[in-house]
Ligand binder design. Structure first.
Ligand SMILES: Nc1ncnc2c1ncn2[C@@H]1O[C@H](COP(=O)(O)OP(=O)(O)O)[C@@H](O)[C@H]1O
Ligand SMILES: [Mg+2]
Length: 249
């Protein structure tokens, strides 16, 4: 099983939209896929029409070998399962700290999922936390949506520095441009000549598009309800690049 995380220190940059769309692209490619919605706000769970939360509290989730696997359930999209968001995820950081190896709790926890899934997609809340350290330890690739602005690039460089200091995932971070508006000069300029300090920048980018906003009404991926839109094509192209980085052939 490979793990693909969607992460950014900032909120509102398109992490959840990308996580849901790429998880569905992967499932349509025939990969048994599970999306774990780690953000207590539960936007990914909403898009996948499951707002029931876990059957147990997060504390229980960290105990017992197959507890996490018991919480995954099918969505209406064939081949895509979900481990839903839950408000008790707010306590995860504290629970991780009670552990002997506080950065490796998630990596241990997801192991039993490998018997059922080819791909685990993590939709992360925006933070620097024990949870994000766990995600960086575990993920084979961390996709980072960036709105093309100097401040986003600066924030990305700060994340890279932090990871280098902690010897975590730096080489596994894959930034990509998100919410790109070609009417803006800087957006156009950076598509042609991206800033140097974005190593591993993916070639595909997600345009600013109202179909993405409509995911909330449809409760469905764009790649499902607007399969022929430019945004759907962008998510598919991103998935095809990441698929290679994840070593799927
Ligand atoms: N490419 C896009 N074009 C237009 N709106 C977008 C796009 N990506 C995300 N949005 C909207 O922006 C808001 C934040 O997106 P979301 O994916 O939830 O970000 P995050 O998970 O980083 O907080 C949502 O209302 C979403 O519909
Ligand atoms: Mg989100």
């Amino acid at each position: 099983m490979r793990t693909l995380a969607f992460y950014n220190l900032k909120g509102g940059v398109g992490k959840t939209a990308a996580a849901v769309n790429l998880a569905w692209c992967a499932a349509r490619d025939g990969l048994a896929t599970c999306l774990w919605d780690l953000d207590p706000q539960g936007a990914a769970s909403w898009y996948l029409r499951d707002t029931t939360g876990l059957d147990i509290k997060a504390k229980k989730l960290l105990k017992g070998k197959d507890t996490l696997a018991s919480q995954s359930r099918p969505t209406e999209l064939p081949g895509l399962d979900l481990i839903p968001a839950d408000t008790t995820y707010r306590h995860l950081d504290r629970l991780f700290d009670d552990n002997d190896a506080p950065r490796e709790v998630l990596a241990q926890l997801v192991k039993p999922l490998a018997a059922r899934y080819d791909l685990l997609v993590l939709d992360c809340p925006p933070s620097f936390s024990r949870l994000s350290e766990n995600v960086f330890t575990l993920a084979d690739a961390v996709a980072v949506p960036l709105i093309p602005t100097p401040l986003s690039v600066r924030a990305f460089s700060q994340v890279m520095e932090f990871l280098a200091q902690k010897r975590l995932a730096e080489g596994r971070l894959f930034p990509f441009f998100s919410m790109v508006d070609k009417r803006r000069g800087l957006h156009r300029q950076w598509l042609d000549a991206p800033p140097q300090d974005l190593p591993n920048l993916l070639g595909a980018y997600v345009p600013y598009a109202s179909v993405v906003e409509q995911m909330g009404q449809h409760q469905s991926p764009v790649t499902q309800f607007a399969a022929h839109s430019p945004a759907a094509a962008a998510y598919q192209a991103l998935w095809e690049e990441l698929r290679v980085h994840l070593d799927f052939n």
